[in-house]
Unconditional design. Sequence first.
Lengths: 879, 111
Amino acid sequence: MTKHPLSDLDAEIRDHIERETRDNIDRGMAPDDARCAALRKFGNPALVLEDARAVWIPAWLDHLRQDARYAVRMLRRQPGFSIAAIATLALGIGLTTAVFSLLHNVLFKPLPFADSDRIVIVSETWRNSFGSASAGHFHDWTEQATVWEATAAGQAATFNLAEAGDPERVAGLRVTPGYFDVAYMAPAAGRYFSAADVAADARLVVLSHGLWLRRFDADPSIVGKTIRLGGEPHLVVGVTPATYALTDPSRSGVVGGFSSQLWTPLVIPPERRANYGNHAFLVLGKLKPGVALAAAQADLERVTSGIARRNPEEMEGRGVIAQALPELLVRGFRTQFWLLFAISGAVLTIGCVNIGSLLLARATMRRREIAIRASLGGGKARIVRQLLVESLVLALPGGAAAIGVAAAFIQYFVTRGPAFVPRLRDAGLQIEVLAFATMVTILAAIAFGLVPALRAARLDLQRSLRDAGKPAWSGRGHDRVRSVMVVAEIATTVVLLAGTGLLLRSASRLSSVPFGFDAQHVLTARIALPAARYQEAPAIADAYRRILEDMRASRGVEHAGAATTVPLIGGSPDAAVQVEGRVVAVGSQPSPHIRLFTDGYFAAMGIAIVRGRAPQAADIAATAPPVVVINERLAAALWPGEDAIGKRLSTWTADTNPEWRVVVGVAADVRTFGQAEAVPLELSIPYTQAPSGAWNAFQRGMVLVIRTRDVWPADQVAPLRRAVAAVDATVPLYDVRPMDQVMVSLTATRRFYLRLILLLAAAGLGLAMLGTYGVIAYFVADRTPEIGLRMAIGARPGEVVGMVMQQGLRLLALGAAIGVPAALLLSRAIRSLLFEIEPTDPVSHVAAVALLMAMTALACALPAARAARVDPITALRHD
Amino acid sequence: MSTEDHLSLLQGTLDLLILRTLQAGPAHGHAIVKAIEQGSDDVLLVEQGSLYPALHRLIKRGWITYEPGTSENNRSAKFYRLTPKGRKQLAIETSKWEKLARAMARVLRPA
């Protein structure tokens, strides 16, 4: 292959000079003179190289280079303007890019699993909610539906891991072997368990990459070793790749168990095959290629209606829904992320309008230069191009700085953002993100450069040359364009502020919702007893009784109790309730959340008993008649207008024979699942009277609740650990946190979004006000002679100020006239983020306009004051 | 603009001289310059360096091409030669130049 002619040109030049030197010597010159003469005759080699190179540069590129060089010179001449513009762009583009990185990594990028677009989660529905499925449903869906390539059932579980270090509780998932067919990624080591493996011996485990690194120091020979989980030896068969977990499992879990730290086989006993009433399993499947979600849904409905026909009572009101996993994973964040994107886009737009407005003002000042260029035959296209290149030269450093800004924001999102957002930690400056930043930079340059460039090219040459030295009376056209720009900024800001107002008011509504319990001076900690040594209910209850008795003796402890679910911690199954003496269709019974509780629990949690009493130790002896405590909502649902105390109900029975329990207390309603969630129906059963199978459903785990007096809750951590160790040293205590901290972390996500949105809105408002100030200040400078004249014939400073303010308010009125309807329209898009606030909430919209009015007045005040100080003599002489 | 016109005239002339020189056969850069200088009895003294941008211009237009070769002292050198297209162009340019020269002569020395 021939090399490019430029490639060895410098060698060629050296060779040329040497030949010439030799020729000169042959002609009788002294060597030094010969060389000098040769060099002289050749000319400047550097210039020759450059000229030769220039031959190969296309003409348009050469022009571009010239334009760029000129633009850089122009921008250097006005460093203040350039720095302000570059900073505005860096902020706007940086923010938009950072948010785009979130969109790209969380919403757009396909999940890492093979054919992830075919993975669906199948849930049973009941009225408006959907949830886990029964073993019967799982099997029927698997066997009778024709849409599947693979299906799997899973059940979240936590495991006591006592291998290699302190005992620890790790979150895992029990799965049928199909799980790894549904969500497949090549394992990092070993393999996944197959149906045959599980049939031979189910004590197998697949470790997550994270757990393998953290607990086993990335031991390369881990596969084939045995680790102890809950006291049982399990054979490690494989390790998942690092990206298999979609969130950092130590921080938070996601839908479908895609943040588990380990997986063990789920074996569904054959006798549960026909159980359609116990909704315990996560069901997921992979569709055959080419099967649409709607087709899968239709097929599953066919199978599910078959189940309903066979069990008409039990299936009353129940249905099925198949949801695409990628969609389901991000459903909760999509609106927020797009909202952030829209807001950062709005801030960038306002910034671009500001720069465009400044460029317009500058173009007015450069009229003469541009007119000269035009009259010298620089075509209009050439002038437009020159000005656009200037915009680009301004935008490129802005875009480059924006990459730094974006990196900082992304870092902030990743470390401080909501931990349960799948793949948020992947956010970074990937190639797609950089491409986006480049595109936005170029678009921004065109956006703020095009109007000034086109206007400059349309310039009336003669008048510009004639008037160039004079103040810009003739700049009215520019003035009007700039006013339109400011009106657009104000309208955008109205929308921004109204939306922020809605979110703020929604947040304040939400935070004023009473939780219904007292979080102060409370320590919580979780614990679960291993199945191997705690088979029977009495053994389990006895262990908890001993721990709590030990704690009650600790100094500073006022109350100690425990429950399987406490507010804001842990989930709970629900079960239908049957009321004594009442016959109700099975499907339409209320289905409260069930918890087991110990004596002392309600006092420790600070939950009031509004009727009856909280059962004491004597009430709840295993041999005493069974009792329950229900919450107010359940009492109202079961016995509206009646006293619930003394009534009997039955729930969670293994068969159809009721086990009657007496209601002895009605507890105050508590927002168990957070302030934004409705108060659930709740039913609490003493731990000593647990229905059969209940302890297994709760994994023999409880949340310990210690209320202290005169000492910090944290002071009880050590006594609690001692108390637990005294009962069983192998059982880890986990999630040890003061209750008030639990509440803070619960609202952390909401506060994160809110803080971000406030910051963005403030940036947008600030930029818009800067734009308003610019236009009004220009207006005053422009009218100085007129103002001087008015003052000379008797106008008072107050009238002058009024005239300036009127200008500002006119812009505001126009902006608001567009912005308010737009805000009313657009705020509907964030309805799902609002809590008990309508998108049309008048207070938010009025407050937005009022704030903007105050800020506009402020932006006009300085130019107005300057106008009032105009000295008529100077101003008139100036003209 | 005036300087540009001036340059382009010079360029055109140099281009023609290079094409003419290469008609005799392939040559390396230094040899082309020598041939021009000697062929014009040293009347046309080009700044030798300006030969190279001109060569590149001609390569780009496809009028000449080059191949790597070895010069007498065993250095690598480029040998430039005319392409068929360049040969045609040489004929066009030569006749253009002759027309111009005749016209100039008539104007300057009316018979």
